[in-house]
Write a protein that binds this ligand. Structure first.
Ligand code: RM4
Ligand code: MN
Ligand code: MN
Length: 394
């Protein structure tokens, strides 16, 4: 197989889900920066996501946040689905929101107050029901739970409450649904987070039931953590459910995928491709973006992200797995390492342009988007609303 064939094969099988929350105005802890063209409604978020898919051809689904995109819960589903269809995308992972309401100040599933745990559970159960209607496979759970001062929380009790709530939620999944359990070492809690790392997510998923899997958000690790090793282990355990991709320099920075350390993302994709080569089966993983930008133009940035993801995924497909395996077995370290470096340094962009041409897509998605005039139109139509908007992400 030629390198171009390998790139084609890789890209044919690769898609990455966009987050609806990446298209609305967001900010930092210190303030929100308004962009005139940012989406102000769920319909506009889906329209913007549709633009990214239209020019890249690899982002057919959009992850949604229940409170932000289904303001009336189940009653909003038909309308939100109709918007998605109108703009050529489908609803992807359902993200419950058990961190925004006032009652969650001291946690959701880990809250000492049983009434708050029940409220969080009810919301997750409603999210699961929404997922059944939208036909989304994944309900993606992230918890802001934790504590910020030593001694203020009973870590073991909270763990037990998490197990009970997750089991209860798992019971209501349909056979087609999965539960993804995300972890994060800190923020908003700064002393302990109830699900702080992949080991805790793995154990929680196992306790929850057979349809639970771990979600790896690349920004949710300590500095220098070897994320690809986590990926390799979760693959070996059949417990890797999906990714939230983004890049980081310091913490959960939500920077553009591959902007700081593209080799890191390549190494993650490599572990997946190597697993697939060795097992002969496809890894069943939900690739998702979790980024929200307040400096770059949002749609352009998502296009940039999707293009970078394709490039790094395609590069990983070029690793000579047969040669790598032999070099590893013979402890020929330089040769083994060069297998990765040769693939990583291959310029796959010409082959990707060929692939786009073959699919009837624009060869340069960013340019195609810019030439469409969509941004200027959106800024005209939404500018007023954005200037008047409050601090909510909805
Ligand atoms: C968290 C986490 C979740 C995302 C929220 C908004 O840091 O990454 O996945 O839904 O932010
Ligand atoms: Mn995330
Ligand atoms: Mn995050």
């Amino acid at each position: 197989m030629t390198q171009t064939d390998k790139v084609f094969q890789a890209l044919d099988a690769f898609s990455i889900e966009l987050p609806s929350w990446g298209f609305a105005n967001t900010g930092t802890r210190f303030g929100k920066f308004q962009q005139a063209a940012a989406a102000t409604t769920t319909e506009e978020k889906l329209a913007d996501a549709g633009q990214v898919h239209q020019v890249t051809g690899c982002c057919p689904t959009v992850a949604v946040h229940v409170l932000w995109d289904f303001p009336k819960g189940k009653e909003s589903v038909a309308e939100t689905m109709a918007f998605a269809a109108k703009y050529g995308v489908a609803i992807g992972a359902i993200n419950p929101n058990v961190f925004q309401d006032q009652i969650y100040k001291h946690g959701s599933f880990g809250n000492p107050d049983p009434a708050v745990r029940q409220a969080a559970l009810d919301h997750v159960l409603e999210s699961i029901e929404i997922g059944k209607v939208t036909g989304s496979r994944d309900v993606s759970l992230w918890f802001a739970d934790g504590s910020s001062y030593p001694g203020t929380a009973n870590i073991r009790h909270r763990r037990q409450w998490f197990i009970e709530c997750l089991q209860e939620a798992h019971r209501s999944l349909s056979p087609a649904q999965r539960m993804l359990v995300e972890y994060k070492p800190f923020e908003p809690a700064f002393y302990h987070t109830d699900l702080a790392d992949w080991g805790m997510s793995l154990l929680m998923s196992r306790h929850a039931g057979p349809q639970a899997r771990v979600l790896v958000d690349t920004g949710h690790h300590y500095q220098a953590q070897n994320i690809e090793q986590i990926v390799a282990w979760l693959l070996a355990e059949n417990m890797l459910g999906g990714f939230h991709f983004n890049d980081r320099r310091y913490a959960d920075d939500d920077l553009t995928l591959g902007s700081i350390d593209p080799y890191q993302i390549f190494r993650i994709f490599h572990e997946i491709a190597y697993f697939e080569f060795e097992t002969g089966k496809r890894a069943d993983i939900a690739y998702m973006v979790d980024q929200s930008h307040n400096l770059k133009d949002k749609i352009e940035e998502m296009i940039q992200t999707a293009m970078t993801a394709q490039e790094l995924y395609a590069k990983a497909a070029l690793v000579d797995h047969g040669a790598l395996r032999v070099a590893q077995d013979q402890c020929r370290l330089v040769d083994a390492e060069e297998c990765l470096k040769a693939a990583f340094s291959t310029d796959v962009r010409p082959a990707i342009r060929e692939w786009r041409k073959a699919k009837g897509l624009a060869e340069d998605p960013l340019r195609a988007f810019r030439e469409s005039g969509y941004m200027a139109r959106a800024a005209r139509e939404r500018g007023e609303k954005n200037r008047a908007a409050g601090a909510s992400y909805a």
